[in-house]
Design a protein around this ligand. Structure first.
Ligand SMILES: C[S@@+](CC[C@H](N)C(=O)[O-])C[C@H]1O[C@@H](n2cnc3c(N)ncnc32)[C@H](O)[C@@H]1O
Length: 255
């Protein structure tokens, strides 16, 4: 997935990015709850004042959920989409928090926005590989990896995250998953599309969203996700959440 050209099915720098949170609330079962579950799991695994890396910061919903509940947590959100970084920055400031943006992919674009280091919530405009710090105490990656092909891109993302974590640090991964040739995939997919309808998505919007899914989601089975996590240096991975085709896994960086 490119996060820039508007010809992409999921153009986070275009209309899709602007509408993203409305769509997410419509199609992701328990969307808001997933961040509170993450908070609950992380609270049990981190010490005071942890440095937490939020990969694919999107609209800033995770950052604001975490920071509101845990003001002492030191948060860094990273996202390659300039539009999403701007939406996140706006949302963080609306919540009464200071957001500093650091340039990443397009160095200089954010010049004048403010220094990220020292801000209450730090935003890095770029990829995980642009985050210079290491030794984070925890990381999350919600609704990101399913956009990446399994041609090395999924594995690289997880490796880049693992490299930035302290040994033993928890990592939460949440995304669409499924074995397309497996016995339950079609039933789950049909139920998922009925869920969109139940949440008020009209017929034309459902057809358009289905076309985006067909083109832009790179499905991986749970077995493959566990293999990718192990290949990136995460251990003790297990699924803590499942709703239709969405799953959440908790693991920790190998010591
Ligand atoms: C579907 S949104 C998820 C946002 C938020 N985590 C949530 O669950 O609502 C995906 C976000 O990941 C970002 N993204 C895409 N590719 C990425 C990558 N390789 N590394 C980090 N973020 C990426 C997109 O720009 C977008 O903001």
């Amino acid at each position: 997935m490119s996060t820039r050209g508007s010809a992409e099915p999921f153009d986070f720098d275009g209309d899709y990015g602007g509408d993203y949170e409305y769509i997410a609330r419509t199609v992701i079962p328990g969307y808001l709850s997933t961040f509170r579950q993450a908070l609950a799991l992380l609270r049990g695994r981190v010490g005071p004042g942890p440095r937490v890396l939020v990969v694919g910061a999107g609209t800033g919903i995770e950052l604001v959920t975490f920071k509101t509940a845990e003001p002492a947590w030191r948060l860094t959100g990273v996202d390659p989409s300039r539009q999403m970084i701007e939406i996140a920055r706006h949302r963080i400031r609306e919540a009464g928090m200071e957001a500093g943006v650091e340039p990443g992919v397009e160095a200089g674009v954010e010049a004048g926005v403010g220094a990220g280091v020292g801000a209450a919530v730090r935003l890095v405009h770029g990829h995980v590989s642009d985050v210079e710090e290491e030794g984070f105490d925890a990381a999350t990656c919600f609704n990101v990896m399913h956009f990446l092909p399994d041609d090395g891109a999924k594995q690289s993302l997880l490796r880049d995250i693992a490299r930035r974590l302290a040994p033993g640090a928890p990592f939460l991964l949440f995304e669409l998953h499924g074995d397309r040739s497996g016995p339950r995939f079609d039933e789950l997919f049909s139920a998922w599309s009925r869920y969109w309808e139940i949440h008020g998505m009209g017929e034309a919007a459902r057809a358009a969203f289905r076309a985006k899914i067909d083109e832009g989601i790179h499905w991986a089975s749970e077995a493959r996700i566990l293999e990718l996590l192990a290949g990136a240096g995460f251990e003790d991975a297990w699924r803590y959440y499942r709703a239709l085709l969405y799953g959440g896994w908790i693991s920790r960086r190998a010591r």
